[in-house]
Design a protein around this ligand. Sequence first.
Ligand code: GLN
Ligand code: ZN
Length: 756
Amino acid sequence: MTTTIIGYPRIGSHRELKFAVQKYFKQQVSARELAQTAAELRKQNWDTISKAGIDQLVSNDFSYYDTTLDTANLLNIVPKRYKELNLSPLDEYFAQARGYQGDKGDVTALSMKKWFNTNYHYLVPEFEDDTDVKLVGTKIFDEYQEAKNQGYQTRPVILGPYTLLRLGAFEGKKQATDFTQAVVNAYEAIFEKLAALGADWIQLDEPQLVKDQSEADLELFTDLYKPLLANKHGLKVLAQTYFGDVRDSYDLLTSLDFDGLGLDFHEGDESLNLIQSKGFPADKVLFAGVINGKNIWKANYDQKLDLIHKLPKTDIVLTSSCSLLHVPYTLENEPQLDEKYKKYLAFAKEKLTELTDLDHILGGTGDDALKANEALFAKPRYEENQAIIDKVASLKDSDFHRKPSRAERAAIQKKEFNLPELPTTTIGSFPQTREVRRNRAKYKRGEISKEQYDQFNRDRIKECVEFQEKIGIDVLVHGEYERNDMVEYFGEKLDGFLFTSNAWVQSYGTRCVKPPLIWGDVSRNKPITVAESVYAQSLTDKPMKGMLTGPVTILNWSFPREDISKKESTLQIALAMQGEVLDLEKNGIKIIQIDEAALREKLPLRKSDWYSRYLDWAIPAFRLLGAKVQPTTQIHTHMCYSEFGDIIDAIDDMDADVISFEASRADLTLLDTLQKTHFQTHVGPGVYDIHSSRIPSEKEVAGTIHKILKKVPLENVWINPDCGLKTRGTTETTASLENVVAATKQVRQELAHEGR
Ligand code: GLN
Ligand code: ZN
């Protein structure tokens, strides 16, 4: 058999690319120096993958920021407003990625969305009516050639035309189907050039196919691929899918002239069934995604072999279930982690070995690897916590419902807090400056004491509170200086989690996260956030929000267990966090925000699974946290992302008193949904985009507030940025928040004039 992977992480095993790109943004390195770092990282990847014994390498899985953006730029899908800046190609690319504010103009970034059901984000390709789709870039060719010069024949990978069009935003009158011909021509030009350079395969990623497909979808797919596959220029074409199965398009895929079909046998519930019931064409290569590309557990070889033996005896390539982009580089960077844990884990590099192990076992030369793996799985991995398991099992329906009703609570809380109209607040974190990070690093290295560490953070809290009071924010936050990451912070303090030192995973652009790992049963043995919140509240008469991360987000941003259900794991976390909510309340914190930043992102990709496989337990798990607090205690929640259209009822059903959304980067379309569905929860649709360093003007924010007021009843509206501020600088944060408060005051005055 042959082995390959769909893609490899690219940020650098010590985040070298992140740092180089950030230095480029600050003009500390030149474009050439950045390109050198990038080339070194690509070389390291190819060397690593090849040394591990993987037969087929890929290229063009690298990106400075995002591969969807790369594809759009390769094909001239660049909105006019960026072209008009007249920047260098690299700067034009980064302007789309993160906005541009400088002497050449002022534009916001392209909108950014979660990549299917992962925590990776892509930039949405934006098609205008006069977008002239054609091959203009060279990245895919350059990187193919670069590998070739190093002696590596690779399979270039690129986002497929169908997924490209389906993920695209169409800003004018034209729709996806109006671009079919141009897109076909552009991809054909790519085929032609790659073939001329000596490539034998190309991989077209079409993850869109794992979602529910309509007739029109399949028609578009056919219209794209029929002509394209008629002109392959001698290239072999792999249609690569992942994150699910292709039940609606299997017949179509097998009937078209693809040379290879990549299927996900990990998340794809139906993949095996499809092959067994419908057969697999003998003239195609099956790229069987058997090694889980999304999670960090070591594969159970016997189970994998079972699966492989059920596959047709045609040409098979063993591969990962999706790109390894979604797991960290290697366990080699985790010297701190005990071997008793590590032996159950596999990161990207170790997954390469799993693939070659399986290949060897199947070829009759992998007995030792198989025996070692069987021995590992013969014993239980960890010790169960029976008390917690019982507690979850005994939860009753009434444990998930808060009383009295939200409307009654709203009246009670109005009296309790006596806030002005359009109350202002922020999402929680304030800039994590270099000093804040340095303080943490020093403490971690043992250079300062716990007292010194805490005192430093207290000083920051004090400054933060003073700043908010000074500019006139109504509901304050303490700034979250003590938190490295909203999930890691809680995971570290709960029992049942494991931590890594360098297991970074790219979230978007230069941003990486280091997800904890849920190792065992979860519980809380002492208060986690009470000290900071109580201290912050002591500094002000205004309400101070307690700040927690919700159970669904903790689960979704961790590497979950696979030996118990996500539901069960989440309920364990919810019970632990319920204790924290009650401790905050007991200590005088009257507003508690429970962030569910990631609730939307693990929504199953197929609609039919949304409730039965997710929301039916995820929403109650959230409710469990607030179910026992006093009516006067106000529960807030926050969600990143804004595509809530079709689950808005479920969100209202979380029964929070107030919710803040990330809305500004998706043009506030969310507001229509709120209006249409008579959304009950009081709501702060973010009034500016914090993912960019751009400062919104007072006028701009006032305009946004007016847009909000057209759709949401005044008494329900809160004013806030669209997410936490930790990734931002102090100067832009100060200026932006001042503008937000000034704009709010201006609108309040206007309303008073109108007599509202
Ligand atoms: N409270 C968190 C913060 O402000 C929320 C972050 C998030 O939504 N991603 O940082
Ligand atoms: Zn957010």
